[in-house]
Design a protein around this ligand. Structure first.
Ligand SMILES: *Cc1c(COP(=O)(O)O)cnc(C)c1O
Length: 227
């Protein structure tokens, strides 16, 4: 049998090349773009080759899955940083603060308060992105654009370390206007980082200023459909 993920380190090299080319087109340094490998639903044995190849940032969308999978991997590769890219329930805030170095999905006051409490209790403050509802898709999570300034103020008040804005543009539409809007919002709020761009659109995101791209499929192959 062929190991199903034997080629993931080759995929990593290809993605790094594409990142470098997109950064160059934008007159940016490739080092200004952090590649977050989204390993949700991927088993530990398929993650190992990427850790060994030097990928240092990984994203998960479920707190429980990260708690189950990552402690031994992080022990083996101590420089690894873990990113939460999925929606977070307030009752999981403390677990999330305990395990993640960056949380990309802070989108409401109740969550800001729960995270603030967890940060105070654990003495550990992950970097946080405010997730913006960049199109009118309430089911997707994200804070309404008009409410971002108030959420940022609240985040700072509750001791969160807010570094930037994050978005997931609507499926099937040209993502460029959404990325440009997010970049403009971050500029106005004086936030330095932009978490945007996935497998289908990361080069466009880089050209529009992404600092953190979240790539799953292009690294690990197509995921099993999860319900
Ligand atoms: C799954 C996921 C990704 C990765 O998506 P791909 O298209 O597989 O690269 C990025 N961001 C979020 C929020 C996700 O849930």
């Amino acid at each position: 049998m062929v190991a199903p993920h034997a080629d993931s380190s080759r995929r990593l090299e290809e993605i790094r090349t594409r990142i470098a080319q997109a950064a160059k087109r934008a007159g940016r340094s490739a080092d200004s773009v952090r590649l977050v490998g989204v390993s949700k639903t991927v088993q530990a044995d398929a993650i190992h080759p990427l850790l060994a190849a030097g990928l240092a940032s990984f994203g998960e969308n479920r707190v429980q899955e990260a708690l189950g999978k990552w402690p031994p991997l992080c022990a083996a590769y101590p420089g690894t940083s873990l990113h939460l890219v999925g929606q977070l329930q307030s009752n999981k805030a403390e677990d999330a603060v305990g395990v993640f170095d960056t949380i990309h999905s802070v989108d409401r006051l109740s969550l800001v308060q729960a995270l603030g409490k967890a940060v105070a209790r654990l003495g550990r403050a992950p970097d946080c992105f405010l997730q913006a509802r960049i199109a009118d898709e309430p089911q997707k999570g994200g804070c309404a654009i008009a409410e971002l300034p108030a959420l940022l103020d609240a985040g700072r008040h509750y001791g969160l370390h807010i570094v930037g804005l994050m978005c997931v543009p609507p499926v099937g539409r040209n993502p460029a206007p959404y990325f440009a809007l997010l970049a403009d919002l971050a500029r106005r709020l004086d936030l330095p980082r932009l978490s945007m761009g996935m497998t289908a659109d990361f080069e466009t995101a880089i050209e529009l200023g992404a600092t953190d791209i979240r790539i799953g499929t292009a690294l690990f192959g197509t995921r099993e459909q999860v319900v």
